[in-house]
Ligand binder design. Structure first.
Ligand SMILES: [Zn+2]
Length: 350
């Protein structure tokens, strides 16, 4: 994974000062830059700029050179970004505290220490289609379809607005909330980094060593337990979403709906959530026949919780069990995982 003469050390998130990058501007996603890139790309500008610009663009042979078009597009993108930044503040004030309440209720069932203080440093970025396009095009930043956290930016949750709007239509606010919930869990999970210490004792932030159940050793090409990490995240998301919908969303945020509509929306949202990582969650469920669920939860949130889980996985799946499970869960063939788990004495679940 790393090269050079550096020494590598693991550090807890709480121990090191990570530069705070909390807005699009901190990431250099400024309107001028995006506008220039967009206008230079004929296909992109046709595809992603709204109708109001298309006629003007057709008339201008070289729109990058046109001061008028440039300024108009730039102003437009600046306004979109500004609105989204305001929306983020709104979500932080109104929605996040309720999501956290729901999470606290779910996690209250377990003897687990969660570092809720981390929420003071939470950064959320709503990606409009223009910034999103730019990130993918020029930073090669890839991530989940709707939401993601990025390796080098541990304080940031990115939500891609357009796909969420497409899925949830009228209920986009609710869609944003449940995707936030999933990412909040990743954010709150125990995080450690790899730092490189050069011979002159300078430390450099390198990447994530641990995020919840997901671990990456010094020499690992790929992280371990990524799939189980997502399984647990989604399982907790589903549990907390039920509480969020029942206790908070319809009573504090969207209060105008009658009981029938509430029920209908709740079912739709839960169905959508159940589709996420369903195969991975099944594997987790099977493993819980022999390993208590609480052990996974502790491993996810606590520094000391990881070793007991590692041992339990080794005990139940064999010495090479974790590696084998990683390999099988990366593949497409769920049948093979079932067979492996059966061999190890687990019962199949339907
Ligand atoms: Zn995730």
């Amino acid at each position: 994974m790393f090269e050079g003469k550096e020494r590598f050390i693991a550090r807890d998130e709480e121990e090191i000062k990570i530069p705070e990058k909390l807005t699009l501007k901190d990431l250099s996603l400024d309107p001028e830059r995006i506008t220039r890139a967009l206008l230079e790309d004929e296909r992109a500008r046709k595809e992603i700029l709204p109708q109001q610009f298309q006629e003007k663009l057709e008339k201008a042979p070289n729109p990058v050179e046109s001061k008028e078009i440039f300024e108009e597009v730039c102003l437009y993108i600046a306004r979109v970004q500004e609105n989204n930044e305001k929306a983020v503040e709104d979500y932080k004030k109104k929605v996040v505290p309720l999501l956290v309440e729901a999470l606290k209720e779910v996690l209250g069932k377990f003897q687990v220490n969660v570092n809720w203080e981390k929420l003071n440093n939470l950064g959320i970025i709503f990606l409009d289609r223009y910034s999103d396009w730019y990130l993918r095009q020029y930073r090669k930043m890839e991530g989940g379809v709707t939401a993601f956290k990025s390796e080098g930016l541990p304080r940031l949750i990115f939500l891609r607005l357009e796909p969420i709007q497409k899925i949830f239509e009228k209920f986009t606010e609710l869609g944003i909330s449940i995707y936030l919930l999933h990412e909040l869990l990743h954010f709150l999970s125990k995080t450690q980094f790899w730092m490189a210490i050069t011979p002159d004792k300078e430390g450099f932030f390198l990447g994530t060593r641990r995020a919840g159940l997901r671990v990456r050793g010094k020499n690992d090409q790929v992280p371990h337990l990524h799939h189980l990490n997502e399984a647990l995240t989604q399982k907790l998301t589903i549990e907390a979403s039920k509480i969020f919908l029942e206790k908070y969303y319809f009573t504090k945020l969207l209060t105008t709906l009658g009981p029938q509509s509430r029920e209908k929306i709740t079912q739709r949202i839960l169905r959508h959530l159940e589709e996420g990582y369903s195969r991975e969650r099944k594997v987790l469920e099977i493993l819980c026949q022999k390993i208590p669920f609480e052990m996974f939860v502790k491993a996810y949130f606590e520094k000391e919780g990881f070793l007991p889980l590692g041992r339990a996985l080794e005990r139940t799946l064999g010495k090479e069990g974790i590696r084998k499970l990683d390999e099988l869960m990366t593949g497409e063939n769920y049948q093979k995982i079932q067979e492996f788990l059966k061999e190890m004495g687990f019962q199949e679940v339907s």
